[in-house]
Design a protein around this ligand. Structure first.
Ligand code: ATP
Length: 322
């Protein structure tokens, strides 16, 4: 990885609490700090409900954290309102899992792709056709698709349209929320190749949310592993197979990689389910499923501790005290 990495977004001590039944509170994000670097992909991985989407929604200003800051090029976007907030939305765009649900089925692709440009008055109506064709070609779709409706396209093609739309405003950051998860493996591969190519050409920063750690490893320069609202490990994507330390990261990997693992202890895949985020135990959130749980894990919550530059882990096996 390059020495001169440029931080363009920094999340600091992000916490999100949701009110729950019987006066209880659900802690969907607990003290999350992460950095995103120019032209790199941050992969956020963890089981369903661990808080990945909650976190990424802050980056696109779809929600505000209960506590903490999101600094985009030094400006805390959680504090923006009105026109400043509207303008800042251009910098970070999002692609969701199922574009069929987010696209208006009555709109043709030209209007869907050009809508952000029209909203920000970046182009005139007369320019829409040419601009749309160019954006479709960028995502390797025929320009003629501009006249189609979303339901006349395959899932993979619709996802390419969603990427074209997200890139229309030339954002610095694009968040992909399980954007390839609903696609067939072969289609998934071509969309991943497209994303990688666009990143190389345009130096885009991607946030890649995915529950599939094998897929995240293929695309992410940096991987952040979440468990029940907590970050448990962050490490370079290229070091996942050789240097992952947290028992949860290893268990996630054990569930998908059968061979080429090089850990001294056998890895058990996770069979039990995560506890409810409403009934979090005192101490480490992973204690109930951890093969290596110790006394201290039931008493004290481990803190993220740097084990190597770019590699942090929250586990008492490796320190993890304040
Ligand atoms: N608006 C909300 N109100 C109440 N609880 C919420 C809200 N949004 C999310 N949650 C809860 O916060 C927790 C984290 O949800 P989130 O969607 O961020 O998880 P996730 O890791 O993205 O999961 P998935 O992959 O299934 O989308 C879950 O327990 C969820 O039920």
């Amino acid at each position: 990885m390059s020495e001169k990495r440029e931080v363009i977004l920094e999340a600091k001590y992000i916490t999100r609490k949701f009110p729950a039944s019987h006066g209880r509170t659900l802690l969907a994000n607990d003290d999350i700090s992460l950095k995103m670097y120019k032209g790199e992909t941050l992969g956020l991985v963890g089981e369903s409900g661990c808080g990945k989407s909650t976190f990424m929604r802050f980056l696109v200003s779809l929600d505000k954290p209960s506590e903490g800051e999101i600094l985009y090029r030094g400006t805390d976007i959680t504090k923006l309102h009105g026109e400043k907030l509207r303008q800042s939305r251009q910098n970070v765009q999002m692609v969701f899992q199922d574009p069929a649900l987010s696209f208006n089925p009555k709109m043709i692709i030209r209007d869907i792709v050009c809508e952000p440009l029209m909203n920000f008055k970046k182009i005139k109506k007369s320019e829409k056709d040419a601009v749309c064709r160019k954006l479709l070609e960028m995502v390797e779709l025929p320009g003629d698709f501009a006249d189609r409706y979303p339901h006349n396209m395959s899932g993979g093609q619709r996802q390419r349209v969603a990427i074209a739309r997200a890139l229309a405003l030339e954002p610095e950051i694009v968040v992909l929320d399980e954007a390839t998860s609903a696609l067939d493996v072969s289609v998934q591969k071509t969309v991943i190749e497209l994303i990688t190519k666009l990143q190389r050409e345009k130096n885009i920063t991607f946030g890649f949310i995915c529950h599939d750690i094998a897929l995240v490893q293929q695309v992410a320069h940096q991987i952040a592993v979440m468990y029940l609202g907590n970050l448990v490990e962050t490490l370079p994507g290229s070091e996942l197979s050789s240097k992952a330390m947290h028992p949860y990261t290893k268990a996630l990997m054990g569930a998908v990689f059968d061979i080429h693992m090089d850990f001294s202890k056998p890895i058990e895949s996770i069979e039990s389910e995560a506890p409810s985020p409403l009934d979090l135990p005192k101490g480490c959130p992973f204690q109930g499923r951890c093969e290596q749980c110790m006394d201290i894990c039931k008493k004290e919550k481990p803190q993220m501790t740097e084990v190597e530059p770019g590699h942090q882990v929250a586990c008492h096996l490796y320190g993890g005290k304040k």
